[in-house]
Design a protein around this ligand. Structure first.
Ligand code: ADP
Length: 501
């Protein structure tokens, strides 16, 4: 059982691991795609900035302003360009803005953006970015230190972010968006700047990372379009694995249980058989040893007077009869257990059977200090019976009453009567009775009652099983009414056509 459960657990674990491995490999390739995309977008922005920086010539301020007015006007990628002196004064500011918007931008630039730029540490021709939100709007500043006519300047490009979102992202994402959902979110406010929000809790297949150099306040998220169906599939697969493994374990456990029960039954049957053999041998031995003892006494001539000899001979005759009865019981049991064919049904009178059994048992009842009373109808109780089987049936019931139900001065009542459902043979005693929980079991073959096993009375546990077989073979039944200390009443009902009884 433990091995089966272990096996079940192992195969479930390997199924789960397999699902995890395939999920992880999808996740890995997704991640590689995401990193490549981030790289490409950064390169597009940086390359664009470099191209613009190359166009900057600070030797002639007039020419500079003229050229950049045009550049800013036609190029959607640049919002404005600012040139700062080494001491951070604004020398030029060219922008495609209205007068008031320009004033607003200049104010924000000088007061807020400029102090955030790391100009001090910037080496000549080195290129840096500032990505930040000011007054609710994001800015991307791309700046460089340049030298012209022996002086240092800083050139700052204000990158047009709506253009980046609208054009660069759309262009770069186009191919991947056929199979994936893409979103760009704002790290601080969790605001979605591009695409639709993706649910990070949904699956391990979601890729999420930030742009390292340029748009570093934003994060890129990519999830396979079928992310929902993939995780649903994975869940369903896991569930079906669990169900299958559970079923297999269940079937094996049921099989083992059946095997276990069958083995127990077999063992119990074997135990009962050996008990039966020892009980039968003992039962046969008792009358045999009496016969032998009294036979030897007679042979040795120790019984001098004829009365004693007669008594010994009677004992021998009685015990021989008992022995024959017991051997018959065992043989009949084997014969009757084979089925209906073993019976020879013929019209017979049950009263004859009752009388025969009463004759056989009266002496033993007297010996036990009790009385055997018989009540029978005057009219014949005719029916199709196997006479010897019915004799065996009644003999077993009366012998049981003598063995287990006799009390000194008590009575064993054998009654034959006709009732609505047929002929009823009743054997009743005033003995200690039978416990409730044993009333069913006493009819099982080889079963002996608790009190019987403890007491001196020997038996083989086949008597009542035989009674049941015989009654049922005649289309009838046997029932018992009893309780501890209340005596026992056994009723055998045999269907018989109506007639005088
Ligand atoms: P056996 O007599 O060989 O033990 P039976 O099948 O004839 O086997 O009886 C089964 C059990 O039923 C007996 O062991 C005994 O415990 C119980 N039994 C049968 N008849 C009586 C009775 N009249 N009173 C009390 N117990 C009885």
């Amino acid at each position: 059982m433990a091995a089966t459960l272990g096996l079940g657990y192992l195969s479930y674990r390997s199924a789960v691991q397999l699902a995890r491995v395939s999920e992880a490999s999808v996740g890995r390739s997704n991640r590689a795609l995401g990193l490549k995309l981030i790289d490409r977008i950064e390169k597009v922005i940086i390359d664009g900035d470099r191209t613009f920086f190359q166009l900057v010539n600070l030797d002639d301020p007039r020419e500079f302003r003229e050229l950049w007015r045009r550049i800013v006007k036609v190029s959607p990628a640049v919002e404005s360009v600012i040139v700062l002196s080494e001491d951070r004064r604004v020398l030029h500011l060219v922008a495609k803005l209205s007068r008031s918007a320009l004033r607003y931008f200049r104010k924000i630039f000088v007061e807020r953006i400029l102090p955030d730029m790391a100009l001090d540490k910037l080496a000549p021709n080195k290129h840096k970015h500032l990505h930040k939100k000011y007054e609710g709007a994001y800015y991307l500043m791309s700046y460089i230190r340049r030298r012209s006519a022996g002086r240092d300047y800083f050139v700052v490009l204000n990158v047009n972010l709506p253009y980046v979102l609208r054009e660069i992202f759309r262009e770069e994402f186009r191919e991947l968006e056929e199979t994936n959902s893409i979103a760009v979110t704002d790290e601080d406010e969790e605001r979605v700047l591009y695409g639709r929000p993706l649910d990070p809790s949904e699956s391990s297949l979601l890729f999420e990372d930030r742009f390292p150099t340029t748009l570093y306040k934003w994060r890129l998220q990519i999830a396979p379009r079928q992310i929902r169906s993939l995780s649903r599939e994975a869940r369903a697969r896991r569930l079906s694995d669990v169900v299958l493994v559970g079923m297999a374990v269940g079937v094996i456990c049921v099989g083992l249980l059946v095997l276990f029960v069958a083995m127990r039954k077999e063992r119990r049957a074997n135990e009962l058989k050996s008990e039966f053999i020892s009980n039968v041998s003992h039962e046969l031995k008792t009358p045999l040893s009496l016969i032998r003892m009294f036979g030897e006494l007679l042979a040795s001539g120790r019984a001098r007077d004829p009365a004693t000899s007669k008594e010994y001979a009677e004992i021998i005759a009685r015990e021989s009869e008992r022995l024959t009865g017991q051997i018959d019981n065992v043989l009949d049991f084997a014969r009757i257990e084979r089925g209906k064919d073993a019976f020879e049904m013929a019209q017979a009178d049950l009263r004859v059977v009752v009388e025969k059994v009463a004759d056989l048992c009266r002496y033993r009842t007297d010996q036990a200090g009790a009385r055997l009373t018989i009540r029978m109808p005057e009219e014949p109780a005719i029916g199709p019976f196997d006479e010897s089987a019915m004799t065996l049936l009644l003999l077993n019931l009366v012998e049981n009453a003598i063995k287990y139900g006799v009390v000194t001065g008590g009575e064993i009542r054998v009654t034959l009567s006709r009732q609505t459902d047929g002929l009823v043979l009743r054997v009743a005693d005033d003995g200690p009775g039978i416990a409730d929980d044993e009333l069913e079991r006493i009819f099982e073959r080889f079963y002996r009652g608790r009190a019987a096993r403890k007491g001196e009375q020997r038996g083989s546990g086949i008597g009542l099983s035989l009674v049941k077989h015989v009654a049922e073979a005649h289309g009838g039944r046997v029932t018992v009414r009893s309780g501890l200390g209340q005596g026992a009443v056994f009723d055998v009902v045999i269907p018989a056509p109506d007639g005088p009884a």
